[in-house]
Every structure is written in structure tokens, then in C-alpha cells.
Design a protein around this ligand. Sequence first.
Ligand code: SF4
Length: 372
Amino acid sequence: MNKATIQSKLEAIREKVEAGRRLSAVDGEFLYHDDVDLHAVGELADMVRERKCGNIAYYNLNMHLNPTNVCIYRCSLCAYSRDADDPRAYTMSDEEILARGRDAAEAGCTELHIVGGVHPDMPFDWYANILRILHDAYPRLHLKAWTATEIAWFAQMTKRPARLVIEDLIRAGLGSMPGGGAEIFDPQVRQQICPRKVDERTWLGIHRAAHQLGLRTNATMLYGHLEQVEHRIDHLVALRQLQDVTGGFQAFVPLAFHPANTRLAHLPKPTGLLALRTIAVSRLMLDNFDHIKAFWVSLGVSTAQTALGYGADDLDGTVHYELIHHEAGAQSPQTLSIDEMRTLITEAGLQPVERDTLYRRIKRDDVKWEFE
Ligand code: SF4
């Protein structure tokens, strides 16, 4: 593309963005083109972020809980999972799970993020019971748990529709669902990176069922491995279509692929520039999503902070105990303090606001907290 063509296409997209008109898949692919100035794309995305969120950016106080790393799927993209007989395999006891809940509650967390492996020997009730015991002991902790991959496994195991499984989990204490397992929807790429995971239709169907039951969920996209630009755009368009129908997604979380210790370790790590462009294009394409998250564990702290100027309005949380990205070579720290998160946001020129999982504002006095 010559400079004049790029300039006129960019101008046409700017007019659409300023008018609040929806971008097409062709527009999205254009914005991903290396010849299109990243800063110009970021500026457009920042305009949308400001229109949606004003001058604030969000963070929350949360902890992670990965109850087991035993997983029968053993996806090529995964550095975290283990076979059951691997000496590094673990499955947490109820006591260990409750201890994590206590840690989270004592640290003033509002959320536990719970995902793990598809364990071949653990019944559905083991997974449901994790929510039950945590919810009974720490009712103020919001339990954001189980990806669509796990929900599909529960449905397969119990031979029941996903909708009924989700209803059971809500009764056990489920507060919302994370967005994992989406990876890249394209079936050919999926076949190479996670062949046994749920396909696009099932992933979207489970989120649709969750939304119909009143649950809010997140959506993710794993980029920087074998996928091409058109796969990323198709992925975003599929999410946008479901959001048009249900409105149940809260945040979109682009995840940078970390190849270390995976069967795709020969691939280079995606660059910070690709991370920023992906955040910006996501913000522009997902016009019906309220929030774009720069998950600092995946992006690295500096890139996540920079992403606040490229369309992101949320840094995710304080985290603690993250295993999945760190096992794959993420160099980010294990946790960030409230002060660190607030400073990162303030330095980016925005006002930090603590939120709970459902984006309600939190007013905090030391570790005690209330909704504003
Ligand atoms: Fe299992 Fe998830 Fe790892 Fe795949 S990515 S092997 S489903 S833990």
C-alpha cells in the first residue's frame, strides 16, 4: 500500500470512529497492517476509550486459584498442565482451597479468579464443591470461575446441557465466568494449538447460556502464535456478534502468547508493538464491549501501562499466585500492590478507580471495603 492510500483509508476509518459507526472486518485487518502508523491507531482507540470511560482506568484486588494442574487435554499452547502421574502434578485439598480463600479475604480482595485443568478423575461435584466451600466461608468474595472449556467438560461428564451445569454452579456460589479457553476460534489454528478444546460454536454457546442465566462473563483472545491477522479479526467479529445478542460480556482481554515450556517453544514471543496494536484494534472493533483489559501478567507491567494510552481501561488486579502465564515464561512479578497499580494508572494520565468484578466502584478504608 502506498502512503496516500493508507492515509485516505485511515481518514475514512477516523470519520467512522468519530461518528460512532461500526468498523468492518476489512477495516480491522487494515488497522493491523504494519504500514499503518501504530500511534494513529492508538489515538483512535484512545478516543473510544475516553468516550466510554472518561478519564478513569480500573483495577481490582484479586487472587488466583488454580485447584489442579492435571489436565487430559495437554494443549500445545500450555506450559501449565501435567499428566496425573507427573511428579509436578498437584490437586489441592479442601483445606488448601479454603486457605487461599482466607488469604484473599484477609488481604481485602473482592475476587477469586478460579481456573485449572480438566482432571480426568475428579467428578463434577469436586469442582462445584470448590465454589460451595469458598462461598460458604467467604460470602463477600466474588467467585469468577471455570472457563467454557471446563464447563463443557462438566456437561460431558454429567451428560447434561451446559445450561443446567451453570445453574448448579450458580447455586454453589459462582458469581461470573472468566473468558479463557477462547484462544483463537479459527478451526485450523485451533487444531494445532488446542485440538481437544471446545470449538468456537461451543465456546460461544456456553457464554450465551451463561448470559441468558444472568451471569456476566469476559472474553479473551490468545494472539502471537500461529494465527494470522484475519483469524484475529474473525475472532473479534464473532465476539461482537454474540455481544449484540446478549450484552453479557463485560471485558475483552487480549492475551499475548508465551511460548516457553510449551510445545510451541520454537515460536518467537509476540512483541510489545503487537500487544499495543491488538489492544487498540480490539478497542476499535469491539464497539459493544465496555472494557478492554491490559492484563499486566500477560503483557508485562510496562506494556500494560502503555496500553492505557492505546484503548485499554483496566489493568486487571493484584493477582497473587498466578501460575498459567508464569509457567510459560512470563517475566512479570507475581503480584502488584494497590499502590503500584494506582501509580501505574496515574502515571498514564488517568484516574485510578478500584472496581469489583462487576465494575462496581469500591470505597476502601485500609482492608475494609464497601461499594460506593
Ligand atoms: Fe488443559 Fe487448559 Fe492447559 Fe489446555 S490450556 S492443557 S485445557 S489447562
